[in-house]
Design a binder for this molecule. Structure first.
Ligand SMILES: Nc1nc2c(c(=O)[nH]1)N[C@H]1C(S)=C(S)[C@@H](COP(=O)(O)O)O[C@H]1N2
Ligand SMILES: [Mo]
Length: 320
C-alpha cells in the first residue's frame, strides 16, 4: 500500500529529487531566483512573497522519501492554511511579513524529569538536519508533496526525559497580535493548540521541521519551527510552536473545541471515514492542472506500514 521507498533505495529513485534540486540551483545561479525577481522589480508584490530564505543544509534521508514529484515551491509557500494570518490561502504568504521569529524559545515541560526552555538556535543544532519528502493531506481534501528539513521530534522529547505519566503531548503555537491579523477573528480559540498521544509523538515519522525546499521555513509555513505528522490531516501539524507540554490526560485541541463532530483528536487520514460535509475518499493535488484527475486518498495517507500498529484494535470511525 505504502508508496514510500524504504532503505534499499535505487539511485534511479533519487532522480526526481536531483532534478528539482539542480533546477533550483540552476535558477539561483542564473539569477532567476526570487531574489532577482524581488519586490523592487515587481512593484506592489508583498515583501514576504518574494523573500528568499537562507539555505538550511540537510542530508536526504532515503528512509523517508517518495518517488512522487514534489509540489512546486511556489504552491508550498503560497497556498497555505495558517488562520492566524487569515483564512484565505494566500493570506499567510501575503500577510506574515511582520511576524517575528527571533528571539524564539520553546518551553518543553509537564510530565518530564528535566523541563527546560530551548533557544531556537540550539534546537537547530540538537540533531543532524535531514531532508524528508512527506505527503501532506489537508482535511479540506487537497494535498501536497513537500520536502521538509528537520529531525524526529523524539530527539527533543528524549532530552527532557518523559515520566511514566506522560501519555499525551500538547503543542501550543505563537500569538503575536501585532503581526497576526487573523487573531482578531473568532474562528478559533487562540492560541492554536494541537496534540498527539505519546506513542504518536515518539514515532520516528513525526518530524520537527525547521525548513522546506532546502531553505529556512518561511513564516507562512510555520517559522521558525513546526511539526509534520504525515499520516494525519494537516491541521494536526501545528506551526510556529512556542510550548510543548507532556500530559497525563489528552489536551483540549483547537479544532476539536471548535467543532467536535467534524474534527477528532486522532485525525488519521482515512478515505473510509468522511467528514460530515464532504467525502475524504479522494484529494486534489495542489500544483497540478485542474484537468488532472483527483488522487485516491490512501489509508494513513500511505504510511500504514509504519503506523497502522499504533491503532490496532481501535474503531477508527469512532476515534476519528
Ligand atoms: N498555528 C497554526 N498551525 C497550523 C494551522 C493554523 O491555522 N495555525 N493550519 C493547519 C492546517 S489546516 C494545515 S493543512 C497545515 C498546512 O501547512 P502548510 O501551509 O505548511 O502546507 O498547517 C496546520 N498548522
Ligand atoms: Mo488542513
Amino acid at each position: 500500500m505504502a508508496r514510500i521507498h524504504i532503505p534499499r533505495i535505487a539511485p534511479s529513485e533519487i532522480t526526481p529529487e536531483s532534478v528539482w534540486r539542480s533546477r533550483r540551483e540552476w535558477l539561483r545561479q542564473m539569477g532567476m531566483g526570487a531574489v532577482a525577481l524581488g519586490a523592487a522589480s515587481v512593484p506592489g508584490l508583498p515583501r514576504a512573497a518574494t523573500q528568499e530564505k537562507p539555505a538550511l543544509p540537510a542530508t536526504p534521508n532515503p528512509q523517508y522519501w517518495l518517488s512522487e514529484k514534489p509540489t512546486p515551491e511556489t504552491d508550498v509557500t503560497g497556498y497555505n492554511n495558517f488562520y492566524e494570518f487569515g483564512t484565505g490561502k494566500a493570506d499567510p504568504r501575503d500577510r506574515s511579513g511582520r511576524f517575528q521569529t527571533r528571539p524564539w524559545t520553546v518551553a518543553v515541560e509537564g510530565e518530564v524529569a528535566k523541563p527546560r526552555s530551548f533557544d531556537i538556535d540550539d534546537l537547530l543544532k540538537l540533531a543532524p538536519m535531514e531532508e524528508r519528502i512527506y505527503r501532506l493531506r489537508c482535511v479540506e481534501a487537497w494535498s501536497m508533496v513537500i520536502p521538509w528539513t528537520g529531525y524526529s521530534l523524539s530527539v527533543l522529547l528524549n532530552r527532557v526525559q518523559p515520566t511514566s505519566k506522560a501519555k499525551f503531548v500538547e503543542f501550543t503555537t505563537a500569538t503575536q497580535p501585532e503581526s497576526m491579523p487573523g487573531l482578531r477573528s473568532r474562528i478559533l480559540d487562540w492560541p492554536y493548540v494541537e496534540g498527539l498521544r505519546i506513542d504518536e509523538a515518539m514515532h520516528p515519522l513525526t518530524m520537527l521541521v525547521f525548513g522546506v525546499y532546502g531553505k529556512v521555513l518561511p513564516n507562512q509555513n510555520g517559522a521558525p519551527l513546526r511539526v509534520a505528522i504525515p499520516w494525519k490531516y494537516g491541521f494536526k501539524s501545528g506551526k510556529s510552536i512556542v510550548r510543548i507540554r507532556l500530559l497525563e490526560e489528552a489536551p483540549q485541541t483547537s479544532w476539536v473545541k471548535a467543532a467536535p463532530n467534524e474534527y477528532g483528536f486522532f485525525a488519521n487520514v482515512n478515505p473510509e471515514v468522511d467528514h460530515p460535509r464532504w467525502s475524504q475518499a479522494t484529494e486534489r493535488r495542489i500544483g497540478t492542472s485542474f484537468l488532472a484527475p483527483r488522487v485516491e486518498t490512501l489509508m494513513f495517507n500511505g504510511y500504514g506500514e509504519q503506523v497502522a500498529a499504533l491503532y490496532q484494535g481501535m474503531d477508527l470511525s469512532r476515534y476519528y
